[in-house]
Ligand binder design. Structure first.
Ligand code: GNR
Ligand code: NI
Length: 170
């Protein structure tokens, strides 16, 4: 089932998500809805927080269009190592129509449970590393706009208003 993605400034995007205590069939059904919603958007990641569900779960697929999909589920994720610095032009499904350059770690090592509740560890770089950091932020109620300077925040506010206007005119 495709679910509705909350948009900034919805207060539910600021909630700190709670750990999943047990990967039940219900959680797996939620994960499947998250995958469907992410691919339909389309986006390369989606956090449960963006659906108004305050549980520590996100999904990502950062494969390029001409590559096979690389779908990953992270339940109760932890970033255990970060190094280097990179800047990506980031987008967010909760900020439709805008992108901003954001500085994050170049490489991360993360640990989480997969869809079957099994622990795994992954080392990522490039866009996948960016997405893991972006989605981990969502689970803590942290948004892209929080990473910007005051000037860029104002610019993003204007771009958002403009994107909304254009959307309304369509
Ligand atoms: O679809 C998305 N694209 C993206 C591009 C660059 C950096 C991060 C992202 S994540 C975003 C989907 C989203 O909002 N996930 O929370
Ligand atoms: Ni996002």
């Amino acid at each position: 089932m495709i679910r509705e993605i909350l948009e900034y400034p919805d207060a539910r995007l600021r909630e700190v998500a709670q750990p999943v205590s047990d990967v039940t069939a219900e959680i797996q059904a939620l994960v499947d809805d998250m995958a469907e919603t992410m691919y339909a958007a389309p986006g390369c990641g989606l956090a449960a927080t963006q659906l108004g569900i305050a549980q520590r779960i996100f999904v990502v697929d950062c494969a390029a269009e001409d590559e096979p999909s690389q779908f990953l589920v992270f339940i109760n994720p932890e970033i255990i190592e970060k190094d280097g610095v990179q800047t990506w032009e980031e987008g967010c499904l909760s900020f439709p129509g805008v992108t901003e350059e954001i500085k994050r770690a170049e490489r991360v090592t993360a640990r989480a449970l997969d869809r079957s509740g099994k622990p795994f560890e992954i080392e990522a770089e490039g866009l996948l590393a960016v997405a893991i950091q972006h989605e981990s932020d969502h689970l803590n109620g942290v948004l892209m706009i929080d990473k910007l300077s005051a000037l860029k925040k104002r610019m993003m506010g204007r771009k958002l208003a403009k994107a909304k206007q254009e959307d309304a005119r369509e």
